[in-house]
Each structure stands twice: as C-alpha cells, then as structure tokens.
Design a protein around this ligand. Structure first.
Ligand SMILES: *Cc1c(COP(=O)(O)O)cnc(C)c1O
Length: 406
C-alpha cells in the first residue's frame, strides 16, 4: 500500500462498530495457508480457520484464480436470470450427496431459515395447517435471525427480543426418549447438528441419529441436519451424515462451502423441494456467480480422498499434542468432536475460563476458539501443514503455561 495512507488500529473498532463482538487486539491484514500477519509483521498460526470457514486456508491459489477469473466476467445478475457457476455448483452438490434439489443463500442463518420455512410449508401443504411443531435441542446453534435463534437451544442468544416464533420445543441432545415424549403427528421437523458446534463440540451418538430418523418416518416429519459447521469435509467425510450413515431430508451447508466467500446451500429431495413455488422464498444475492464459482472449486478440492483422508491424520496429530499438553499441565479432562473439529474440555479447576485462554493464545501467536466457556475449539484448515500444526502447538503449550502460572 502507499505510504501516508491511514491505517485504523483496534481501538477504532469500539468507536465505529456496534459492540456485539470483542475482537482480539491484533488486526490480521494478510494470510497464506494457516498463517496470518498483522501490519507490524507479527505472524499468527491459525487454528481457528475463520470459525470452520477457511477450510483450504487463506488465499488458496486455486480459489484466488477462479475468483479473479469470475470477477472479470460477471459479478451479479439477480435471480431474474440464472448463471453458469450456480448451475455447475448445484449439479456437483447433487452428484456428491443424497440431494436432488439445491437452493443457494448467503449465510448459515439464511440456509437454516430457508430449511425451517421449507419444512413448515411442506407439512402444511402436504398434511395439515397444524403440523408446525419443530423439535430442536438444548445448546444447539442455528443462526441469529429471530426464527433460527429461537430454534437454537441457547436462551442467552434468543431472549430479550420480544415474542418468539411459536411451536418450537427443545429437549436434551442425545436423548431419544425425550424426543419421543414430545413427538406427535403435529411435528413437522426435527432439527439437529450432527456435531454441536457452538454448543460445546458434542457429537451425536449414531443410535440417536438413527432413532431420530425412525421417529421422523413414523410421524411423517422431516429430519433436518444443520451441517453448517460440521459439513464440507470437517469430519473426514464430505458431510457428517455420510459418517453416520443416516440420511436427512434437508441438509444445510455454509461456512467451509465458500472457503471464506459468503455462500450457503439448502439440499433436499425433489419431492420436498416441490412444496416451494415461484415466489415462495428468495434472496437477492443467493446463487451469486462469484460465490458459486469459488464454492465449486472448494468442493472440487475438498471432495477428494487426499484431502478427506488427511483430515483424520491431522486430527490424530492435534489430539496427540493436546493429550500431551493436557497431561503435562493437567488442564483437560476430555477430547471431543470429530475430524478437524477438535474440542478440548477444560478440567474442573479451569471451568468457565475458555475465553481467557483464547486471549492468552492470541498473545502467544496462535488463534484458537472456544465453544461455550468450558471447551477450547480448534477448527483449522483441512489442509493445514504438519509444520504449521507443530509451530501452533508449540505456541499453544506456551499459552497454557502462562495461563497456569496466572
Ligand atoms: C455458524 C453456524 C450457523 C450460522 O451461520 P452464519 O453464517 O453465521 O449465519 C448456523 N448453524 C451452525 C451449526 C453454525 O455453526
């Protein structure tokens, strides 16, 4: 950049941005692979992956290339027209999954909002106007619009905004009896994250998902998997449902789908999709050519044995380091998650202090995440190098040492 230009510092954030976030003291300005740099030239290892978004690291050359190419061709045409990247991406998603129809949106929230509206419309038109109950789970996270945050199971996010959308019931995760107790012919959908992301990285038990599938079939309700965080290669399969062998009726994808470019998708069958007609739903930017071109390339790269098998190997490397650090400092009591969604649960003396540790880690030059106040979360690039893992873990061990010493 030219000299003499003005560069805002972190303190400007508090003056100009609404305080719904409390970002780290440093400002990343460039990235490559799983490293980012601030303007002062300090390097940080990125174990956070933009919260499970930058699945191919920062500025992956193949993504940069398709984005440059597309941005010199066509940026936006609106849904009055269709566009080639959207058609190609939809075809690839259908070829790779259970889906027969796709609808593109721009964020996880919008994909879930779409999925819930679709489930309600399906139940109302195919069955009766009272079949509207949505069953969801404690600690679930599905987004921040009033509908999605109300389906989510964390009242700290959904309270304080006035009346919530009606007919949503929450029961404990991994508790099939609890679902059975509230499920009836008025249920239109069961909504579940196969691995709870924000809620603490708890993975569903296979029997639980199989049981949900059976209950949905019995009561003619739709099974909706929110794979916004756990999908797109995170578990070592393209989608987590493949790992479990349980097929949903509707699946939502976002985060890693665009590798950092905002895009999301709702996947479903042709039959369920037919409950939406022209005008039923929409989005100005959904299916934008720039977003779809990038996502098409990301899908092509992620959905290869090379990348997916690498996820399992890298998880083992993460777990080995975390167990070693855990033993050395006696800080962790459990490892959670699947693939490169790794959760380290703080042992009881350190409960509630995950946020503090995230800050100390950033000061030590490694970006990590929390999932609630008791769990450290690692959601790095799926192609993070062994060198980057080693260097990041060296810094993380230093952070833990500083944390323990107070
Ligand atoms: C992040 C997330 C969302 C919300 O996605 P946005 O893109 O932030 O709207 C929804 N569901 C899950 C499981 C998520 O992890």
């Amino acid at each position: 950049m030219e000299t003499g230009e003005y560069y805002p510092g972190r303190e400007v954030f508090d003056e100009v941005i609404m305080s719904v976030y409390a970002p780290a003291p440093f400002i990343p300005v460039t990235g490559e692979g799983s490293r980012v740099w601030d303007r002062q030239g300090n390097m940080y290892i990125d174990f956070a992956g933009g919260i499970a978004v930058t699945a191919l690291g920062h500025c992956h050359p193949a993504l940069v290339s398709v984005l440059k190419n597309q941005c010199e061709r066509l940026w936006h045409v609106s849904n009055v027209f269709t566009n080639e990247p959207a058609l190609l991406l939809a075809r690839q998603l259908i070829a790779a999954t259970f889906a027969e129809r796709v609808l593109f949106m721009n964020s996880g929230t919008e994909a879930n909002e779409t999925a819930f509206k679709l489930a309600r419309r399906w139940a109302i038109t195919r069955h009766n106007p009272y079949k509207t109950k949505i069953i969801a789970f404690h600690n679930a996270f599905h987004g921040r619009s009033l509908f999605t945050v109300s389906v989510g199971g964390q009242s700290k996010y959904s309270d304080g905004f006035g009346p919530k959308p009606a007919d949503i019931v929450h029961v404990p995760f991994n508790d099939l009896h609890a679902v059975q107790a509230v499920m009836d012919s008025h249920t239109c959908a069961v909504v579940v994250e196969p691995i709870q992301g924000e809620g603490g990285l708890t993975a569903a038990e296979a029997d639980f998902l199989r049981g949900l599938r059976a209950l949905c079939d019995k009561h003619q309700a739709l099974l909706v998997f929110d794979e916004v965080q756990c999908g797109m290669g995170r578990t070592g399969e393209l989608f987590a449902y493949m790992h479990y062998g349980v097929t949903p009726d509707i699946l939502t994808s976002a985060k890693a789908l665009g590798g950092g470019f905002p895009v999301s998708a709702v996947l479903t069958t042709a039959d369920i999709a037919s409950s939406f007609h022209v005008g039923s739903h929409g989005s100005t930017y959904g299916g934008n050519p720039l977003a779809c071109a990038v996502a098409l390339k990301a899908l092509e790269i992620i959905n290869t044995p090379q990348v997916l098998q690498g996820v399992q190997r890298k998880r083992q490397r993460f777990i080995a380091h975390l167990q070693q650090i855990g033993e050395q400092f006696d800080v962790f009591c459990e490892m959670r998650g699947m693939g490169l969604l790794v959760g380290a649960v703080l042992s009881s003396p350190y409960r509630g202090r995950a946020g503090e540790l995230v800050n100390i880690a950033a000061e030590s030059g490694v970006a990590i995440l929390s999932a609630g106040s008791d769990v450290l979360r690692f959601a790095p690039s799926l192609i993070i190098s062994d060198d980057e893992i080693e260097e990041g873990m060296r810094r993380f061990a230093q952070a833990i040492e500083r944390f323990i010493q107070g």
